[in-house]
Structure formats: structure tokens, C-alpha cells
Ligand binder design. Sequence first.
Ligand code: G6P
Ligand code: MG
Length: 220
Amino acid sequence: TTIACIFDLDGVLVDTAVYHYQAWKKLANSLGFDFSEAQNEQLKGVNRMRSLDMILNWGRVTKTAAEKEELATLKNSWYVDMINKMSVSEVLPGSLNLLKALKAQGIKIALGSASKNSGLILERTELAHFFDAIVDGNAVTTSKPDPEVFIKGAELLNAAAADCIVFEDAAAGVQAAIAADMAVIGIGTAANLPGADEYYKDLSAITVEGLINLVKSKHS
Ligand code: G6P
Ligand code: MG
């Protein structure tokens, strides 16, 4: 069995989910309201503008399109300040070992992220060289849960959807993988990520053999 792996970035390979949360929280606070950690879960995997719309809605705040552009740019400037200081120490447990094991076996690897900052993050964390294809927020027009990002990743890897495994920490991302007819490993819990095939707290317990078995069992 040939498999191909498509990794989400924020919260799967690197610990940036917390930076997104801090920056959005700061923006909401500056507008005079707050949102909960449970609400923050709903922002994971969702692109920048859509995230802003959800947050403004929670705060019952209405803004013009021009004002929203400014707010999104402000949030991103805070976020970029944080990721600019990242190093390889912020690669999440198990990520490096799994990427190396996949590479050693000749398994193709793609990035499937909603982020427009993926280039900077991959560079700061020294992960860029592992990827055969990169599909990020600059390459897609629709946000997860739409499957576009993963379908494009599979195309660039020349892989059939049935051979792909997506790694996701976001409910929207798990839905996107399901919509793309791909196997999906949830980094998190079944409560937060309904519908994934398997759940792990991070990538450290995942083996190439286990991934091959997952794809085989999905086919049968
Ligand atoms: C990822 C994160 C989201 C973030 C999105 C866009 O999917 O999980 O929280 O909103 O990327 O990121 P960007 O870096 O383009 O603002
Ligand atoms: Mg994520």
C-alpha cells in the first residue's frame, strides 16, 4: 500500500495555536469583550477573515469591510511578532520523528494549512525541507471545513484520496478531511474532533506501520 500524508500546521506540527488564541483574545479585549476557550476551539482551522467574523459576532460588534481588514491586519501583526521569535524548540512532540520516518520510507508529505504565515513558521522551525508540496492559506479560496486544501495537497502529491491520511487538531479540519474522503487522525479528543478515525494527543505514538494499516482498514 502506498500512502501519502497531509499535515495541518498550527496545533499539529507546531505550537502556534496558543499564539493565535492570544492575538485574537487581545483583539476582542481591545473591542471591549472576551470569548471562551470553547469558542476558541471553533476558530481552529478557520481562515483569518472568517475567524474575525465569528469573533465580532460573539461580541455583537458590527464593522465595515475596511474596518475588518484593519482589525485582521492588526491581529496578524501581533501574531507575526510572536511567530518571528519561534525556534525548532516549538515543534510539537513526535513531529520531527514522524516526518523523518515518513521521509526515510519514501512516503510523500504535504502541508494542508489555512495559514498565510506557513512559510515563516516552517522556516523558523526548520521544517520546510520535509514537504513535497505546500498548500496553505495563500493557495486556497475556501476555508476548512471545505475540502479544497486537502484535495489540492493530494493532487500535488499525485496521490489518490483513498491513500491520503490527514493530521488535524481542528474540528473544521477533520470535517474537511472527511469531505475529501481521506483518512484522518485527530490530534485531540473525540469530544472536540468528532468523526476522526483515530485520536492521539500528539504525533509521538504514531508509526508508519500504523498509518499503512489505517489506510488498508479503510479500504476493506
Ligand atoms: C490555522 C489556524 C487558525 C488560523 C488560520 C489562518 O488554520 O488554526 O487559527 O486562523 O490558520 O492563519 P493565518 O496565519 O493566515 O492568520
Ligand atoms: Mg490546526
